[in-house]
Unconditional design. Structure first.
Length: 464
């Protein structure tokens, strides 16, 4: 029954691979259960109110569990969803200081509803189909570099050089220019173990690496004096089960932001525009990248069940805002599950089920340190990077936009920025070569929006 519904055999997978993939995806994104409450809980709204971290953890796990399962059943893609990093920072540090938390989360709900409208009208799907295949491949490659960079940064293998250093070099090896500390050693061992298992084509390589490296980290933490592991310490928790608190569910005001004194309608509209654009193209890049890595794109580069996938993603934004967990979106870490062999939505049942368990077993399921999960991101980055061979580097009208797409994503730490740079370069170069008619009108429209997106500060100044 499961095989027929999810087309597991048809896509060259097995239930065992789907289960392994579901576990791998969960472990690579379980950090959001810790990070989202930290980001949202560390900020205060205009009236000095802060959100409760325990309630935020519950809301984050609940939205991830429900929407990941819905995506699996409705979209049949191994694409997990949870509160979006970057979007939650915008909510915490840009929107909340201007209004109450209820009004800020109302904007997230409004953004999600507008995204759903774009899906229902067919505009969102049409934009994705209008993108040339080489640019889609470049998006996947760029995401591969981006996700590998995330892994290096999360593990502390790469860190930002403080501005006080007066250097033009933005990042460095380790925290001081050298690798120091037990956590970095755990990460390095994890990377070596992962790539060795992948090279030997061991089934469950990524999951085996995560579990093994976590056990090593727990042993080191017990035996050595480790000052800090970052967000998650690999030690057995004091209590395994904790009671979920659903107090934040439904705490939002859909149009309250428009009535906030001193904010202004234009400011609110610009905030919603920024949220929509970021969510729209982040999801587009993630869906294309994960589907391409899973080998699920058809000959025209189209994603299966795209309309339903995009509608569910939009609904996830609504659910995230309605539960005060910030906008939920598709996670590029799903590629870790694909690397384990996941090809269908059945893997989402596993990932979603683990997030549901996290409602009760959060202390137990968050003992995996970033240093143990990050090697999976590095390995998946390599797997996604292999698609660079399909891009025709002798055609500058394709190669230059592809290069900018690939480079800007990791260098600006944003999928949206990379897609925007690639779109703008593609339109400009085609026009310069007298081939403007080859550019789909939707790409012209998207590029115009990206022009506003990149120039948002002068636009805001012009509009006072």
């Amino acid at each position: 029954m499961f095989d027929r519904y999810f087309r597991i055999s048809e896509r060259g997978s097995t239930i065992g691979r789907e289960i392994r993939g579901g576990f791998a995806t969960f472990f690579t994104m379980a950090y959001i259960l810790v990070l989202n409450p930290i980001i949202l809980g560390s900020a205060k709204d205009r009236y000095g109110e802060a959100l409760d971290p325990v309630q935020l953890t519950t809301a984050t796990a609940l939205v991830a569990a429900v929407m990941t399962v819905v995506m699996g059943v409705g979209g049949n893609l191994p694409l997990a969803l949870a509160a979006g990093l970057g979007l939650n920072a915008v909510v915490a540090f840009q929107i909340a200081p201007l209004m109450s938390w209820d009004d800020a989360m109302g904007l997230i709900v409004l953004e999600g509803l507008l995204i759903c409208v774009l899906v229902v009208t067919g505009l969102r799907e049409a934009v994705m189909h209008a993108i040339p295949q080489p640019l889609k491949q470049a998006i996947s490659v760029g995401i591969g570099l981006f996700i590998a960079f995330i892994g290096f940064v999360d593990a502390g293998f790469v860190s930002r050089i403080p501005d006080a250093a007066n250097t033009t070099v933005p990042v460095q090896l380790g925290g001081t220019g050298t690798l120091t500390g037990w956590p970095i050693l755990v990460f390095c061992l994890g990377v070596l173990l992962t790539v060795a298992l992948l090279a030997r084509k061991v089934r469950g390589a990524i999951l085996i690496s995560i579990v093994t490296t976590t056990l090593v980290a727990m042993a080191i933490n017990a035996a050595a004096d480790v000052q800090s592991w970052g967000l998650t310490t690999p030690e057995w928790p004091d209590k395994v089960v904790d009671t979920p608190d659903f107090g934040l569910l439904g705490q939002f005001s859909l149009f309250g932001a428009f009535d906030e004194p001193g904010v202004g309608v234009i400011t609110v509209v610009l905030l919603v525009f920024t949220l929509i654009l970021s969510d729209f193209f982040d999801t587009m890049g993630t869906v294309v990248g994960v589907s391409a890595e899973a080998g699920l794109l058809d000959q025209e580069g189209k994603v299966p069940n795209l309309g339903r996938v995009l509608l569910i993603d939009g609904a996830a934004a609504v659910a995230g805002g309605a539960s005060s967990a910030s906008s939920a979106t598709s996670y590029i870490e799903s590629a870790a599950g694909v690397g384990e062999g996941a090809r269908t939505g059945f893997a989402n049942l596993v990932t979603g089920g683990l997030f549901a368990l996290a409602l009760l077993f959060t202390p137990l399921l968050t003992i995996v340190p970033l240093q143990a999960a990050a090697p999976a991101l590095v390995a998946v980055g390599f797997l996604m990077m292999t698609q660079v061979k399909y891009i025709d580097w002798d055609r500058f009208d394709i190669a230059i936009p592809a290069f900018l797409t690939i480079a800007v994503m990791p260098f600006t730490y944003s999928i949206t920025n990379g897609i925007g740079a690639g779109f703008l370069a593609y339109v400009v170069i085609k026009t310069a070569l007298g081939k403007a008619k080859e550019v789909h009108w939707l790409l012209w429209g998207a590029s115009a929006l990206f022009l506003v997106y990149f120039a948002i500060d002068p636009v805001k100044q012009l509009l006072a």
